[in-house]
Write a protein that binds this ligand. Structure first.
Ligand SMILES: C[S@@+](CC[C@H](N)C(=O)[O-])C[C@H]1O[C@@H](n2cnc3c(N)ncnc32)[C@H](O)[C@@H]1O
Length: 209
């Protein structure tokens, strides 16, 4: 199947980054439709990502950012694994409004395609699931993630396979390895939204800067 076909499987993949995507997500929250669709689609990204992240971390109180947290599906999985110090950030306020109580310590609005208002070396781990996909967040966001993480932090994220080369994620991952910003610990194909024939690369990187 060509990458274009993958791009047309889910309507959001045809949108342009920014306002169009934000409005689409805002609308997707009506009657909790996003969460219901994820159940119907057997969306496994959050669980797969958190399983990998957790296997490589022994301390449960590390400060984690769930970047592009949406309605909190990843936060819920992190909490189940015992993590206690998680912030969530997303640019759809309506997605943030659906996050259950007591999952995140802080929730804030963010645009991951811009320089983010977070100090260097703030976090000890980042999860980012479903956000590196068609018309959403671009590879430059990975530079910011490295910047806001402390040395030895783990960054665990998915990249929709259909955009991996087209958007230059292959080059960005290599650049960050070549300039000793991080080392890649795991990189493999995950099921992600297998029911829709959409898969993602699941990546675990350790910040070494
Ligand atoms: C497929 S959802 C994934 C949400 C959540 N991580 C999950 O796995 O359910 C993608 C999320 O990325 C957010 N998003 C898209 N573009 C963004 C941007 N430029 N900055 C921040 N968040 C963005 C959307 O609002 C949406 O909540």
């Amino acid at each position: 199947m060509s990458q274009k076909d993958i791009g047309n499987k889910i309507p959001i993949y045809k949108l342009k980054a920014g306002k169009e995507v934000e409005e689409y997500y805002d609308e997707w929250t009506v009657e909790n439709k996003y969460d219901k669709d994820m159940v119907d689609w057997k969306y496994s990204g959050p669980q797969e990502t958190v399983n990998l992240f957790e296997k490589h971390i022994s301390q449960k109180n590390i400060k984690i950012l769930d970047a592009g947290c949406g309605t909190g599906l990843v936060g819920v999985e992190l909490k189940k694994k015992g993590f206690t110090n998680i912030d969530g950030a997303d640019f759809s306020q309506k997605m943030l409004d659906l996050v259950p109580q007591k999952i995140y310590k802080n929730l804030f609005k963010i645009n991951l395609n811009q320089k983010v208002n977070i100090n260097d070396n703030t976090y000890e781990g980042i999860t980012c699931v479903g956000t590196f996909t068609f018309g959403h967040v671009y590879p430059q966001a990975l530079d910011e993630m490295v910047r806001i993480c402390k040395i030895k932090s783990l960054i665990c994220f998915t990249i929709n396979i259909g955009i991996y080369e087209e958007y230059g994620f292959d080059k960005k991952i290599k650049e960050l390895e070549d300039n000793n910003s991080w080392k890649i610990i795991k990189f493999f194909k995950s099921n992600y939204i297998a029911s829709k024939g959409v898969n993602a690369w699941l990546v675990l990187a350790q910040v070494i800067k």
